[in-house]
Design a protein around this ligand. Structure first.
Ligand code: A2P
Length: 288
């Protein structure tokens, strides 16, 4: 091998060694990570001092992608993630699936406290109180990790100021996938700080209605079917969904969102937006 080639290689190695670790653009530091199942995890990161958001909104987060084979440049690999923590929290929480061959989550699932992620500080979204007309009963309909924005809204005092009852439906394939929502609701209902902030009587407004579709649990079946055949209403002792009193927020797969939308419209509810508040809202960015 020619000497100059060896020297060039050596020089490159030395340069890499000497360089400080590059700081990511819009970097935030991971503070904790919790793995719920082999394919679900949640994590918390530092919050930029300037970031203001409304509970229920989402931001783009991610990591640097692999270096381009030609230029060596690394582009950010970003996805929309609902913020699972409430607007008053000093950190930000996220709830994610792990897809083994997913471009982002195959790597994101390995983050550890102290690592950095990219967070674009531009929150947006439709699952916000501003997009709903006043009502008595709020329905939060989620499948899988679609529960994330509701983890934010359930810790938001405004949710209880606006509604007399908050019904949370969460449908998953297996029982273990319900653990994040189940424990979050149990924890907030038993937490002293949450009692002070929201009020114990307000937290008692939560009605949790978990269902599974592929593993035995106390309530089996898709929430769509259980709404259509009246099981939910019979279980909860209510007449049904009424445009005068009921409001809804929907977050799940595209098919789920479409099916719930049809059911809610069948009860006479209309879809709202930030600029035009109505009876229910659907998260458009969520695809997982
Ligand atoms: P099912 O097991 O009958 O498909 P996934 O893991 O595919 O994202 O689904 C999460 C949960 O949401 C599963 O329990 C799944 O039920 C349910 N689900 C998927 N699509 C719909 C839909 N269109 N309506 C109601 N529930 C749905």
């Amino acid at each position: 091998m020619p000497v100059d080639e060896i020297m060039t290689e050596q020089t490159i190695v030395n340069q890499i060694d000497a360089k400080p670790v590059p700081t990511l653009p819009d970097a935030q530091t991971v503070t904790s990570v919790k793995h719920w199942t082999d394919y679900l995890f949640s994590f918390r990161v530092s919050r930029p001092a300037s970031l203001r958001f409304r509970s229920g909104e989402f931001v783009m987060i991610g990591l640097l992608g692999d270096p381009d084979p030609k230029t060596g440049k690394q582009k950010p690999l970003l996805r929309a993630y609902s913020i699972a923590s409430p607007s008053w929290d000093e950190e930000l929480e996220f709830y994610s699936i792990k897809v083994q061959d997913g471009p982002l989550t195959s790597r994101l699932q390995h983050i550890q406290p102290g690592d950095q992620i990219i967070l674009r500080p531009k929150p947006v979204g439709t699952l916000v109180h501003d997009a709903l007309l006043p009502g008595k009963r709020l329905w939060l309909f989620a499948t899988g990790t679609g529960f994330a924005p509701f983890a934010s809204l359930l810790r938001e005092p405004e949710t209880y100021e606006n509604f007399e009852q908050v019904i949370v439906t969460h449908t998953t394939r297996e029982v273990a996938e319900l653990e994040y929502s189940r424990s979050l609701i149990e924890d907030i209902q038993n937490d002293e700080m949450m009692h002070e902030l929201i009020g114990k009587e307000n937290l008692a407004k939560i009605v949790y209605y978990p269902t599974t579709t592929r593993e035995q649990s106390p309530k089996m079946g898709r929430i769509t079917k259980l709404l259509q055949d009246g099981t939910v209403f019979a279980d909860l002792g209510i007449d049904g969904i009424n445009v005068e009193t009921d409001r809804g927020m929907v977050c799940g797969s595209l098919d789920f969102n479409k099916d719930i939308k049809e059911i809610l419209e069948g009860f006479g509810l209309e879809e709202g937006a930030n600029s035009d508040p109505k009876h229910y809202v659907v998260e458009k960015a969520f695809v997982g």
